[in-house]
Design a protein around this ligand. Structure first.
Ligand code: P5A
Length: 393
């Protein structure tokens, strides 16, 4: 890509509305443009980072056996009436009426819709386990959209949904996603620590949030220092091996780790003072086990070997790719700008022609540019390069 032919509307001044560093740098680097409170257009360089984050997530979801689908952003209210969440969701839900006076909504999450897909096709335990995911825009009318794409109203989510015959298998499905999240965040160059979490409007009895440590995080976190050095599961981890998965989850949940909502002073007191980390964190992922909450309400049943039909056991697993763009910047920057982890950098390199107009240098640069591209590297090339537009990779 020639920088002179690229669309990189970078700003010289720091916009006043940007309170945190990631928002400032994203606006200054021309990555996003705010269109309304909490609603953003993604400009070319921002979109490149978002797409790289998406593809890491996709690769790790596929590796863990999840299957990609794509559900719509607009959903019929009737599905949500079946689960009882249409009224319960309150003002966070953007409600829409179509020309036939039918109640619709812009999806804040997809538990109901995926349960509807499941009940329409799956009847037997032989078709399980199943995990379906999609990467789709969501809308939540947040009371305080802020910090740019960190807490947007329209935001991208990867949401996966697991279906199993019983609680034991549902636990294995949960562990699979837990382990795949450790790999996913590690590949993005960030340390995300799983912490026990509230289940909120999604519901259920077991939940972990994945948080990265950053001073600007919205949650207070309390955790053991050991989490900073635990090994990440390898690429060839066997997702069919339930006991390996359980061992990894135990290792990653053994020491104390909780957000302020779940913090327990009595348990914290048992952690040696020198091992304590009390910090701020950004939630980049959140996983839930909620058993039969939706399948019972919506009649999603499978027949077991004995032919008896029972509601399917479910969990849901979210990651925020658009929030991750900002979160990675919060975790990796200095006073001069963003320090992109190589795996998510918008460009792999910048090629600078210091003698633009000199025929031999121009030809050498062009040749090098072509060869780098053929080698699979994504570069931004001159002439017209300015240091303020230079990605830091
Ligand atoms: C899990 C998947 C859910 O909605 N249902 C489907 C469950 N979980 S969650 O925790 O509410 O959201 C999952 C992840 O989405 C990101 N996220 C946001 N990103 C930007 N702006 C927002 N307003 C926002 N709300 C949630 C987070 O990364 C969260 O972990």
């Amino acid at each position: 890509m020639y920088l002179s032919r690229y669309f990189l509307p970078n700003l010289k001044e720091t916009p006043k509305e940007a309170e945190i560093v990631s928002h400032r740098y994203m606006l200054r680097a021309g990555m996003v443009r705010q269109q309304s409170a909490g609603i953003y257009s993604w400009l070319p360089m921002g979109l490149r980072v978002l797409k790289r984050i998406e593809s890491i997530i996709r690769e790790e979801q596929n590796r863990a056996g999840a299957i990609e689908i794509l559900m719509p952003t607009i959903q019929p209210a009737d599905l949500w009436r079946e689960s009882g969440r249409y009224d319960a969701y309150g003002k966070q839900m953007l409600r829409i009426t179509d020309r036939h006076e039918r109640d619709m909504l812009f999806g804040p999450t997809n538990e109901e819709m995926v349960t509807d897909i499941f009940r329409s096709y799956v009847r037997s335990y032989k078709d399980l386990p199943l995990n379906l995911y999609h990467i789709q825009w969501k809308f939540r009318d947040e009371v305080r959209p802020r910090f740019g794409v960190m807490r947007g109203r329209e935001f991208l989510m990867k949401d996966a949904y697991s279906f199993d015959t019983d609680p034991e298998n549902a636990r294995i499905a949960y562990n699979r996603m837990f382990v795949s999240y450790l790999r996913t965040f590690d590949r993005m160059g960030i340390k995300a620590i799983p912490m026990r979490a509230e289940t909120g409007p999604i519901g259920g009895d077991m939940s972990h949030e994945f948080l990265i440590l950053a001073d600007t995080g919205e949650s207070g976190v309390f955790c053991h220092k050991d989490y900073l050095d635990l090994p990440i599961p390898p690429e060839n981890i066997d997702y069919e091996n339930a006991s390996d998965l359980q061992d990894i989850v135990l290792a990653w949940t053994n020491a104390y780790a909780a957000t302020d909502e779940m913090h327990n002073e009595a348990e914290w007191a048992h952690v040696d003072k020198s091992d304590r980390m009390a910090a701020r964190g950004i939630e980049v992922g959140h996983i839930f086990h909620f058993g039969t909450k939706y399948s019972e309400a919506m009649g999603a049943k499978v027949a077991g070997p004995d032919g008896v039909e029972k509601p399917v056991h479910m969990g849901s697993y979210g990651i925020g790719p658009s929030r991750l763009v900002a979160a990675i910047i919060e975790a990796s920057h200095d006073d001069d700008g963003i320090i992109w982890p190589a795996s998510v950098a918008p460009f792999d390199l910048g090629l600078i022609n210091l003698k633009s107009g000199d025929a031999a240098t121009d030809a050498a640069c062009l040749d090098l540019y072509g060869r780098l591209e053929n080698a699979g590297l994504q570069g931004a090339s001159l002439p017209g390069w300015t240091s303020s537009a230079c990605p830091d990779s």
